[in-house]
Design a protein around this ligand. Structure first.
Ligand SMILES: Cc1cc2nc3c(=O)[nH]c(=O)nc-3n(C[C@H](O)[C@H](O)[C@H](O)COP(=O)(O)OP(=O)(O)OC[C@H]3O[C@@H](n4cnc5c(N)ncnc54)[C@H](O)[C@@H]3O)c2cc1C
Length: 444
């Protein structure tokens, strides 16, 4: 039966939820505060460089992405094969993360005892209580893996603190290996054999973007949704009504059977607390650290490093402030003019709250101070774009899943109310699209 839905928030969560609901024959009205839809998906074209202010790419590992791209008639571009290589900083040097058993044995990234420690992993039992990512990884793989592999990965994805993030919520796929296979190593072997056996069917798991950047996805959704999407509408209150739900923005009101909030946690709390104050606490406990992405364009000859990879991650143990650096012009074509290259650096995060008090010039200075010796940079950048995200990525901290459960309990008192955004069920663009799809599939 066709129903009507009001969706608030036109980031990728709200846009894909609207599109998949429409595909199932429902009527949608999507309201977005900014003049342009897309939320975090923001691409800037400047002086021949293509700068991603937010996500640079997403992993094509969720089937709903393909359905959406086909339906929209857009074709993604895959990351260059050479960009599979990822570097990690240790002892002042960038080391390639090992991709094969042979390179693992040879890599100086882990000591001989750190490597031998892995042999014990299949024999380690499960923990009785919820663990942080740091506790989980140290228990299973040892301290070295935590410091030099997992910690930088967590910085790269969440800009987070592994001691605060919940293993079950933030690294759900890794956690599932222990739950389903008793061991991460046995679980990975099992998965590799399973995928080989399936002959590579299903999503490729490659990093993807679009020739003109990630915002292409949002722009195309905006175009296809047409009048069902209204931009420049900041919703300031929501309430139940005879039909189901009513939302208000200034003097204007909209009504529908169902209401979907696809908003950051704090904005969701602000709209729902007047309905029931119990909504506020679990939503307000979801923290978002401040992150800046600093894109720097250089003449190619100004950098000695071959830039032959995806980028590099900087473990917190090194004491270096910058979290990591992507090499966008090595990953996708068309990110920099001829004979130039583009770097995107991240700084800030849960372990560096000082960022909010620094101005853009100081942020740029600190990033250049950190990366200049590592990449062998000479001379000034030809381009610099500092993009601040005062509330960047929701942290799936200890207790996150309990917070979601308590929200679901409160929601049962409000039929037709749905909460769909990146603070639950995955933060990647691919996760948000998949969640929009799965939600729509469940609506009859
Ligand atoms: C710097 C950065 C880098 C990232 N890199 C990657 C990456 O490389 N790969 C990847 O897969 N993911 C990455 N992510 C994560 C990913 O971009 C996000 O998780 C995802 O885009 C979130 O989408 P969303 O729709 O849930 O939320 P948002 O994009 O935050 O959208 C929420 C929308 O709600 C609107 N809104 C807010 N209040 C109101 C209101 N009252 N009324 C109406 N509208 C309102 C906002 O304007 C916004 O458009 C990155 C994120 C950041 C910040």
């Amino acid at each position: 039966m066709s129903r009507s839905y009001l969706i608030v928030g036109g980031g990728i969560s709200g846009l894909s939820t609207a599109w998949f609901l429409r595909q199932r024959g429902h009527r949608v009205t999507l309201l977005e505060a900014r003049e342009e839809a897309g939320g975090n998906l923001r691409t800037e074209h400047r002086n021949g460089f293509l700068i991603e202010r937010g996500p640079n790419s997403t992993l094509n590992n969720r089937p709903a992405l393909g359905t959406l791209f086909d339906g929209l008639g857009i074709t993604p571009v895959e990351a260059n094969a050479a960009s599979k290589k990822r570097y990690v900083l240790r002892d002042g040097q960038l080391h390639a993360l090992p991709m094969s058993p042979g390179s693992f044995i040879r890599t100086p990234l882990f000591s001989a005892s750190g490597k031998l420690r892995l042999l014990a992993e299949p024999f380690i039992g499960r923990a009785p209580n919820e663990e942080s990512v740091a506790e989980f990884v140290e228990r299973r793989l040892g301290r070295e893996f935590l410091d030099w592999a997992i910690n930088p990965f967590v910085s790269g994805v969440y800009a987070g603190d592994p001691a605060q993030l919940s293993a079950r919520a933030a690294t759900a796929k890794v956690y599932a290996l222990e739950r389903d296979h008793r061991s991460l190593i046995l679980g990975m072997i099992n998965r590799m054999l399973f995928h080989k056996h399936r002959g590579g069917a299903g999503p490729s798991g490659k990093m993807i973007s679009f020739a003109d950047g990630m915002q292409v996805l949002a722009a195309r959704l905006q175009e296809v949704l047409g009048e069902d999407l209204q931009c420049g509408v900041r919703v300031d209150s929501v309430q139940t009504s005879a039909q189901g739900w009513q939302v208000r923005s200034g003097e204007r009101t909209w009504e529908a059977d169902d209401l979907v909030l696809s908003l950051p946690a704090a904005e969701t709390a602000a709209l729902l607390a007047p309905l029931d104050p119990a909504f506020a606490s679990p939503l307000q406990s979801i923290e978002y650290p401040h992150v800046a992405s600093v894109s720097l364009g250089f003449a190619r000859q100004a950098i000695k490093h071959p830039l032959d990879g995806f980028g590099f991650l900087i473990p917190r143990r090194t004491g270096v402030e910058t979290l990591g650096v992507l090499f966008p012009s090595s990953i996708f074509a068309g990110r920099a003019p001829a004979d130039h290259c583009l770097l995107t650096c991240f700084i800030g995060g849960a372990l560096n709250p000082e960022l909010g008090s620094l101005d853009d010039d100081e942020v740029k200075r600190r990033v250049l101070r950190d990366i200049t010796p590592l990449l062998g940079i000479s001379g000034d950048p030809a381009l610099c774009s500092v993009n601040r995200w005062p509330r960047a990525i929701p942290q799936y901290s200890l207790g996150h899943l309990q917070r979601l459960e308590s929200l679901e309990k409160i929601q049962t008192r409000f039929p037709g109310l749905h909460l769909r955004a990146n603070w639950r069920d995955g933060i990647s663009v691919a996760d948000c699209v998949q969640n929009g799809h799965d939600f729509a599939q469940g609506q009859d």
